[in-house]
Design a protein around this ligand. Structure first.
Ligand SMILES: N[C@@H](CCC(=O)N[C@@H](CS)C(=O)NCC(=O)O)C(=O)O
Length: 157
């Protein structure tokens, strides 16, 4: 087992049994927000790190179509997002890559890759034309501000 301190995120990386793990804290998001405080307060857990290959594949999926949504079938926020996009705003489903992570064998790894890419741990994890939007709250905020339709129109033009 080899331990070293990751200079970028003030976190610990561990190699064990040929796998790379990140000694993260149980609040998860601390990498970007409060690395030191969270580490003092939180119970450390091992988080499996994703391969660069998976990160690259996920980036390709994000860019494949105008809209990308990483979702889970049981998630009410995901359902709200998909309803807004495909029912209310009548975006053709063919314009989007929607991944139902809970139905995919590599879903957890894709979710970790998304966390590596944009720091978001939850689903839905939404992109429009390669731009990270965030979750359902962010999408609905854009909609309420009257900015979503324009963004989508531009994306699928
Ligand atoms: N405020 C977020 C809430 C999203 C959320 O809490 N999603 C849950 C699923 S319903 C989640 O991702 N939980 C962690 C997980 O499934 O890994 C949003 O509007 O998108």
């Amino acid at each position: 087992m080899l331990l070293y301190k990751d200079r970028r995120y003030v976190t610990w990386t561990v190699w064990a049994k040929g796998e790379r793990y990140c000694l993260d804290c149980c609040v998860g998001c601390s990498r970007y927000m409060f690395p030191v405080t969270a580490r003092l307060l939180a119970r450390p857990v091992f988080r499996r790190m994703v391969s660069q290959q998976t990160v690259t594949q996920v980036k390709e999926l994000i860019g494949e179509k105008p809209i990308f949504v990483a979702s889970k079938t049981y998630c009410p926020y995901c359902r709200a997002t998909l309803k807004t996009l495909f029912k209310e705003l009548e975006i053709p489903e063919s314009e989007a890559v929607v991944l139902q992570l809970d139905e995919m064998p590599d879903g957890p790894e894709i979710q970790e890759a998304l966390f590596d890419i944009n720091g978001q741990k939850t689903v839905p994890n939404i992109y429009i034309k390669g731009q990270h939007i965030g979750g359902n709250d962010d999408l609905q905020t854009l909609k309420k501000a009257g900015k979503l339709e324009g963004l989508l129109k531009e994306a699928i033009a």
